[in-house]
Design a protein around this ligand. Structure first.
Ligand code: HEM
Length: 449
């Protein structure tokens, strides 16, 4: 990553995201939301969106603001847009939570929180999309990982439009027939567009590049990667466009979703083969912690695909959808996110602090900012807790699930503590910490070296 410019607000996105992750884990540990409440209960909706918007979307937006310019070799269109986007997303999420509490009758319906949430979340995601789209439009090339991101951005657009539609209908702002029909039958499309299109597809694109970069493996631009992109995009098109059309024509989106699942599984199989190839073709013999932990996240993705197919075969997917969603959200997306954060925070901190003095004397290496042995234990605990939590959901053991969630929280706090230590240069030897001319980084903001 030579010639990288630092995205000023990315660390603030990461910090807000991690706070949301720990809040969601605490909610699960104390029994807030599913399985103690029904899957469609307002408590569960709150929990789901603290994870989906507060943790995963903020993490992804922060990472893309930093990383998309690297993918397409083009500076970010606007650093200034990143802050209003972050504020709109955080306040929009708060409004959505208040709106779900209104739905539950816990607060008075006087303020139209659903409409406020829809407006703010549309604005927040639009700022991010505009910034990223303008960056890509100005780029000389469009490598394959960036094309995955384009599909992911189409996914978030549909997720937000559908989510806003639900919000306006549930809040009573809109009662137009087709939009009410979408709210009644379109929930699986919203979920697939969000978890599959936005979060999974973008994570796939970014992981192609990050895994190659961190393991010193050749970039993949071949037939399997192109086929994964095309099949995945077709699957999402089928699920989203086909599903919406089916609902608007008065039908049921299940057929479109099943056809999409078949294509999606093929796309994921190709992606899996590509990733295995990256691990095998790497030139770095000793894989660093982030790439070792990414492997556990990839295993969780494979496990969630197998679980979905098994449950479909025995016609029990409806009963156990929560276990599948939990494994995708915490094993695959959060696991990959935390693993890559561990390296990205170290790399960006190193660049910010030591970039300006490189070549002017001895400086620490990126790996001197972290202690992998210590962090590895927290990551291991994290993945064990995720798998135990998924098993508890499958077995219908709510108390065991709460215990797993508590372990998940402990592990996450452990990982976050490592990230803070990295930011504070706490693990760099005293003598090497601040060579002349180097500035200590701030916790939540990056300054251009
Ligand atoms: C960004 C990624 C998002 C993901 C992954 C996501 C995921 C989900 C999931 C899994 C559910 C079903 C939860 C359950 O039944 O317990 C849901 C429902 C819902 N989502 Fe989202 N969501 C996202 C963004 C949004 C946004 C931006 C909005 C609002 C602007 C929104 C508004 C809603 C509403 C109102 C419902 C309830 C629908 C109903 O009960 O009829 N979502 N979402």
């Amino acid at each position: 990553m030579t010639g990288v410019t630092l995205s000023r607000w990315t660390m603030s996105y990461f910090a807000a995201a991690l706070v949301a992750l720990m809040a969601a884990e605490a909610m699960m540990a104390v029994g807030y939301g599913f399985p103690a409440a029904a899957i469609a209960a307002p408590e569960t909706l709150i929990l789901v969106h603290v994870v989906a918007i507060g943790w995963l979307s903020l993490l992804m937006c922060g990472a893309l603001l930093q990383f998309l310019p690297v993918l397409v070799a083009q500076p970010l269109y606007s650093n200034a847009l990143a802050l209003p986007a972050l504020v709109s997303l955080v306040v929009g999420l708060a409004a959505l939570i208040l709106a779900f509490l209104q739905l539950d009758g816990r607060i008075a319906p006087a303020v139209p929180f659903f409409a406020i949430a829809a407006a703010l979340l549309i604005a927040g995601f639009a700022f991010v999309l505009w910034n990223l789209a303008r960056t890509m439009a100005a780029a000389p090339t469009m490598p394959l990982p960036a094309r995955f991101v384009v599909v992911g951005l189409a996914g978030v657009t549909f997720t937000v439009v559908l989510g806003a539609t639900f919000a306006l209908v549930l809040g009573g702002t809109v009662d137009y027939g087709p939009l009410v029909a979408l709210t009644t039958a379109g929930l699986p499309i919203h979920v697939v567009a969000g978890l599959g299109g936005w979060l999974t597809f973008t994570a796939m694109g970014v992981s192609y590049r990050l895994l190659a970069m961190f393991m010193l493996a050749p970039e993949l631009e071949g037939a399997t990667t192109k086929a994964a992109l095309l099949l995945g995009a077709a699957a999402l098109g089928m699920a989203i466009a086909g599903g919406i059309l089916a609902v608007l024509l008065g039908g049921n989106p299940s057929l479109a979703l099943l056809a999409a699942l078949a294509m999606g599984v093929l796309a994921l199989a190709l992606y899996g083969a590509d990733v295995l190839h990256l691990y095998r073709a790497r030139r770095r013999r000793n894989i660093e912690l982030n790439s070792r932990m990414a492997a556990y996240a990839l295993v969780s993705l494979a496990a969630s695909v197998v679980l979905t197919l098994l449950l479909l075969a025995i016609r029990r997917l409806g009963d156990h959808a929560a276990a599948v969603v939990f494994l995708i959200a915490f094993g695959w997306l959060s696991g990959l996110g935390l693993a890559q954060l561990y390296k990205i925070v170290a790399f960006l901190t190193w660049l910010e602090c030591y970039g300006p003095v490189l070549g002017k004397g001895p400086t620490p290496r990126v790996q001197d900012l972290v202690v992998e042995n210590r962090a590895g234990k927290w990551f291991l605990l994290y993945f064990i807790a995720v798998w135990a939590g998924a098993a508890a959901l499958l077995a219908g053991l709510p108390l065991a699930f709460r215990f797993a969630a508590a372990l998940l929280l402990v592990a996450t706090v452990g990982i976050v503590a490592q990230l803070v230590r990295t930011r504070r240069l706490a693990d760099v030897k005293d003598a090497a910490r601040l060579p002349q001319g180097a500035r200590p980084p701030r916790l939540l903001l990056s300054c251009q070296p």
